[in-house]
Every structure is written in structure tokens, then in C-alpha cells.
Design a protein around this ligand. Structure first.
Ligand SMILES: N[C@@H](CCSC[C@H]1O[C@@H](n2cnc3c(=O)[nH]cnc32)[C@H](O)[C@@H]1O)C(=O)O
Ligand SMILES: [Zn+2]
Length: 432
């Protein structure tokens, strides 16, 4: 057994309390062996976390990681126009190499901001899986299915690819990769395809993930054409079951929140994307009160425009208060719970908590910074004051991915250069 001890830090426990403790990790199994005092003695390697806050690695519950290539390319538009005029035409020019380098850039940013696990919907998913394998993170990946602009043959092939990806990639990277079946949304995938393919995904035993009720344009047509709210429509198609998770959930009424709570279907809140595309504000406190599992996600870098879960969590806490006109809504403790266990539970991973037997996925945050002084309440600091650059070390599955801000699994400079070049070539192709 090879062991790593993280010593001398303040540790965030699963009940969102903070204690001074060492963390001992078994690097072979990738699990936490013990949290307690004086654990450095027998460890093969030690990371000194004095003056630091040891937290679970953050879990990004919804992303399109390769979209880093389109960061800052098309801003200041609402969802439909943004997707149809700018994003989809440019994505049509993406090559597998682009997706691979775009994903590596996104993973680099995740590691540098303390994220150790994420759920991702995109295409050319094998290229994303390769990047995840190299970078050392944990992920639930799926192929995003869109049938609206396709003929029947293309639509069925796309849905089939969604199944094949879910089957082929599950368990890759020593089990760090799992999968889901991912229809893009209830309005971009035809109901006949949902009816045919969702049961096939159930046979594979993978969860369903989709964009749900992100804008009113995803609600009104379903209500008008079918006479039911979108979540009832999804439930009728078998898409709201325990372990399933949807992104956004901005425009949910009480009946839909009740359906989600009853079904055990989780919601990934993406506050920055919802603000930037002016989609609306999700009823997060209401969902939490109703017993819905809520996680936090960044969505893609083109609608955010960064992948930091620290920024996202602060946004979630802030906008939650504004939504309810209540400063006690989405308090620091709830926000920190969502960015760790909430997201992990939503996407079906055991990460997001530091306890014996849990996956050794951690972030170590440098507290010796002017903006993190004094130390009245470290949970408050995590929700409201910590920045990505404060993360000093990132560990996933017991392996050190970043030490003293130096990413060990990816070559930062060459990834940045190659991704920058690929992005420029991509938009040139799209313009011609
Ligand atoms: N098979 C589809 C790809 C779907 S992947 C998931 C898609 O979601 C898009 N996307 C990114 N952010 C959002 C969002 O906030 N709402 C809806 N779609 C988004 C993203 O650009 C990507 O095209 C195709 O070939 O076009
Ligand atoms: Zn999205």
C-alpha cells in the first residue's frame, strides 16, 4: 500500500463542520483511510496543509467541457439565438482533435480551480474520455442527442450513438469514467425518439441527463401542444427516475418540483449560464425545501465564461437570495453542500465528502491570503470569498493532479497554446 498524508489543515467534514485534522489516503485504492490526529507517521508521502483548508474536490454537475474553445466567441445573446446563430454552426466544424484539445483546456482549468469530478454532455465523447483519462479526473460522460434538424435516419443514428457511447465508455480510466444517456432537451429531441430510446438506456442501467426547463421556450410549446408541464411530459417518457438528473430547472412550478422530489431526480443549478443568457432564476431554496437533491454546474465556458465551481457557488448563493427576496435563502452551508455532496449525489458519484472509505478526491486551499483573513467561518469563505487561484493542491482518486499550482498530469503551456490555435482555426473555418 502506498499512502499519502495531508497534514496540519482545517478539514471540511460531510456535515459541513470544520475540524483540524490530518487525512490519510491509500493511493492504490484511491480511498480515504482515516481522518484524525497525527497520521503522518507511516505515510510514504506528505503534503503539508498548515494554514490551509482541506475540502472535498468540487463536483461540476453539468458542463460541455470542450466548449472552452468558444469562450468569449459569442456573448450577450439569449439561448435560442446564441445556439442557432453562433454555437451550433461553429460546433459543426469541430474535429475530433479540436474536441480533445478543448477538453484538455477545460480539464486544466478544472484542476486549477479544485474540481475533481464532473458530468459532461457533448459529442465526440471518446476524445473527451481520452482527455479525462490523461488529466486524472473523474467524470460521467454522455453523447448529447439532438434530433430537431435531422431526418429520421440521422436522428436514429444520433440516438443510437448516445446508447453506444454510454455502453462503450462506462468504467474506462480504471473506473473513473461512468456514463449517462443524454437527450439534449425535451424540445430538441422528438418524443418518438425519447419513447424508443429511453427504455434502451434503462436496459443498459445508465441514468438519463438532459437540459430541463432552462427557458420559457422549453415550457410553453409543451404546455400548448401536450397540455402538460414539461416534467410531467418527461415522467411519461420514463425520464424522471431515481438517479436521473437534469440541468437548469429554471422554470419549474410547484407540481414539477413535487414530481422531482418524489422521483428522486436531481437538478443541477447553473446560475452563471442562467444569468448570462437571461434565462431566469431557478427556485433553488424551494427545491431544497421540497427535498430535491440540487447540485451546481458551470455549463459550458461559452455561457459562463469560466469553469470555476467557486465562482459558480458564490453566484448560486447570491442569486438564490435575490430570487426569494430573502437573505437567508441558499445560505453558505447549503451552497457548500451543493458544490460537493449535492452535485456528487446528483450525478451518481460517491465523491464530495471527506470520510473514511470515501474516494480520495480533495482540494487544498491556501487560507493565508488577504481576502481570506480573518478566519471566523471557513464555510463562509468557501461560499463567498475563495477564488480559483487560492487552490494550491488538487487530488483525485488518491493521485496528486496539482501540487503547489503546478499541474502534473497535463502540460499547461502546451495545452494553452494548442487550444488557442485550434480555437482560432475553428472560427476561421466557420466564417468561410
Ligand atoms: N449531437 C448534438 C450535440 C449536442 S451536445 C450538447 C449541446 O448543448 C449545447 N449547449 C451548451 N450550453 C447549453 C445550454 O445552456 N442549453 C442548451 N444547450 C447548450 C452545446 O453547445 C452542444 O451543442 C450535435 O451534434 O449538435
Ligand atoms: Zn448545458
Amino acid at each position: 500500500m502506498t499512502t499519502l498524508a495531508i497534514t496540519g489543515g482545517q478539514v471540511l467534514l460531510p456535515d459541513i463542520s470544520v475540524t483540524r485534522a490530518d487525512v490519510l489516503i491509500d493511493q492504490d485504492s484511491g480511498k480515504i483511510l482515516e481522518i484524525g490526529d497525527n497520521l503522518a507517521g507511516d505515510a510514504d508521502e506528505t503534503i503539508d496543509a498548515t494554514g490551509s483548508f482541506v475540502t472535498p474536490g468540487f463536483v461540476n454537475g453539468h458542463s460541455h467541457v470542450a466548449m472552452t474553445l468558444l469562450r468569449g466567441y459569442a456573448d450577450d445573446k439569449p439561448l435560442d439565438a446564441w445556439l442557432q446563430e453562433d454555437i451550433w454552426p461553429t460546433e459543426a466544424e469541430l474535429t475530433p482533435e479540436d474536441v480533445h484539445i478543448g477538453a484538455k483546456l477545460g480539464l486544466l482549468e478544472m484542476i486549477k480551480s479544485g474540481t475533481t469530478a464532473f458530468a459532461d454532455m457533448y459529442f465526440m465523447v471518446p476524445q473527451i474520455a481520452d482527455a479525462v483519462e490523461e488529466a486524472g479526473l473523474r467524470a460521467r460522460l454522455g453523447h448529447g442527442i439532438v434530433t430537431v434538424a435531422s431526418d429520421e435516419e440521422e436522428a436514429r443514428a444520433d440516438a443510437q450513438e448516445g446508447l453506444e457511447v454510454a455502453e462503450a465508455l462506462d468504467g474506462r480510466a480504471d473506473g473513473r469514467i461512468s456514463t449517462a444517456f443524454m437527450p439534449h432537451s425535451l424540445t430538441t429531441v422528438g418524443s418518438e425518439y425519447l419513447e424508443e430510446f429511453v427504455p434502451k438506456a434503462r436496459d443498459l442501467g445508465v441514468p438519463i441527463h438532459f437540459h430541463g426547463n432552462e427557458t420559457t421556450n422549453e415550457v410553453t410549446p409543451i404546455v400548448e401542444e401536450r397540455g402538460v408541464r414539461p416534467m410531467a411530459y418527461a415522467a411519461e417518457r420514463g425520464m424522471l427516475e431515481e438517479g436521473d438528473f437534469l440541468a437548469h430547472g429554471v422554470h419549474l412550478d410547484e407540481s414539477e418540483i413535487g414530481l422531482l422530489a418524489e422521483a428522486g431526480t436531481s437538478v443541477i443549478h447553473c446560475p452563471a449560464s442562467n444569468m448570462k443568457l437571461a434565462s431566469g432564476i431557478a427556485p433553488v431554496q424551494r427545491m431544497l425545501d421540497a427535498g430535491v437533491t440540487v447540485g451546481i454546474g458551470t455549463d459550458g465556458a461559452a455561457s459562463n465564461n469560466d469553469l470555476s465551481m467557486l465562482d459558480e457557488t458564490r453566484d448560486a448563493a447570491m442569486i438564490g437570495k435575490l430570487k426569494d427576496g430573502d437573505a437567508s435563502a441558499v445560505d453558505a452551508e447549503s451552497a457548500v453542500h451543493m458544490m460537493t455532496q449535492g452535485s456528487a449525489d446528483a450525478i451518481g458519484l460517491e465523491s464530495g465528502r471527506l470520510e473514511e472509505g470515501a474516494p480520495a478526491d480533495l482540494a487544498v486551499i491556501d487560507l493565508e491570503q488577504p481576502h481570506l483573513t480573518p478566519h471566523h467561518d471557513l464555510v463562509s469563505h468557501l461560499a463567498y470569498a475563495t477564488a480559483a487561484a487560492d487552490v494550491r493542491h488538487t487530488i483525485c482518486d488518491g493521485q496528486v493532479l496539482m501540487r503547489d499550482r503546478d499541474v502534473l498530469t497535463l502540460e499547461e503551456e502546451s495545452v494553452r497554446t494548442a487550444a488557442g490555435e485550434a480555437a482560432m482555426a475553428l472560427v476561421d473555418r466557420a466564417a468561410n
